[in-house]
Design a protein around this ligand. Structure first.
Ligand SMILES: C[S@@+](CC[C@H](N)C(=O)[O-])C[C@H]1O[C@@H](n2cnc3c(N)ncnc32)[C@H](O)[C@@H]1O
Length: 227
């Protein structure tokens, strides 16, 4: 049966792409991915070594500052192009940085295409997992609760969520470091910033010393014990 695959390609290091993802990329005739207005984008770059020449490629392009309406339009067009190939009997793989269902762009295609086509989601190594591994910090131990929080939340919401979580990963952190430092300072919690994990320019340091960081950054909020 013609199938749409949502493929997690991991956070950056090519070796963290799964064997299943690599096998499917070898086989499918069509590869789609989110991309900026120019260039390939993160997911296509990570999966590049596993995409043989000659595939049909669909870049779903949107500007970094695209608003909801702009993003909706790009996903509508991408979903229509993907549907055209599926209707013509061609399997399509949609590349997604990290895992497709963790703040992943594949979610917006799933919303548009689910129920119409056979779909399989191939999980990928999500950036919180890769960052925890790089920092050698547990994500959760024993009966701890770990929260996954976008730093775009208000300062009050961040504080409320971080107050109850034993550990947390704060994603989309780059533009929000000052707000996070204020909240974590009030709560007396230690944290590590991890930027571009898996890339040659990976940066990892205590949040208090981090200065500024780019979009591909997250913050690991430590537990209350030794680690
Ligand atoms: C739209 S979300 C995509 C998350 C992705 N689906 C995943 O599973 O990791 C983008 C956010 O993920 C985090 N992120 C993704 N890749 C990263 C990397 N290589 N290093 C650090 N953070 C990363 C950052 O917080 C970034 O702002």
């Amino acid at each position: 049966m013609t199938t749409l695959y949502g493929i997690g390609v991991g956070p950056g290091e090519a070796e963290l792409l799964t064997v299943k993802a690599a096998r499917l990329l070898e086989r499918v005739p069509v590869v789609a991915y989110p991309a900026p207005l120019r260039g390939d984008g993160m997911a296509r770059t990570i999966a590049g070594p596993f995409i043989p020449a000659g595939k049909i490629e669909i870049a779903i392009r949107m500007g970094f500052t695209a608003d909801r309406a702009g993003a909706d339009e790009a996903y509508d067009q991408g979903a229509a192009a993907i549907a055209g190939h599926l209707e013509a009997g061609r399997d399509v793989a949609v590349l997604c940085e990290g895992d497709p269902l963790l703040f992943g762009s594949f979610i917006y295609l799933l919303q548009r295409l689910s129920g119409r086509f056979a779909i399989e989601v191939v999980p990928g190594v999500a950036s919180p997992l890769a960052a925890a591994a790089a920092a050698q910090l547990p994500l959760a131990a024993w009966d701890e609760a770990v929260a996954l929080i976008p730093a775009t939340k208000s300062e009050a919401d961040l504080e409320r969520l971080l107050e109850v979580a034993d550990r947390a990963v704060v994603m989309k952190a780059g533009p929000h470091l000052d707000k996070l430092r204020r909240v974590l300072g009030r709560l007396g919690r230690n944290a590590t910033l991890v930027e571009r994990v898996g890339f040659s320019d990976q940066r990892m340091l205590p949040l208090a010393e981090a200065g500024a960081a780019g979009y591909f950054s997250l913050v690991l909020v430590h537990g209350k014990g030794k680690l």
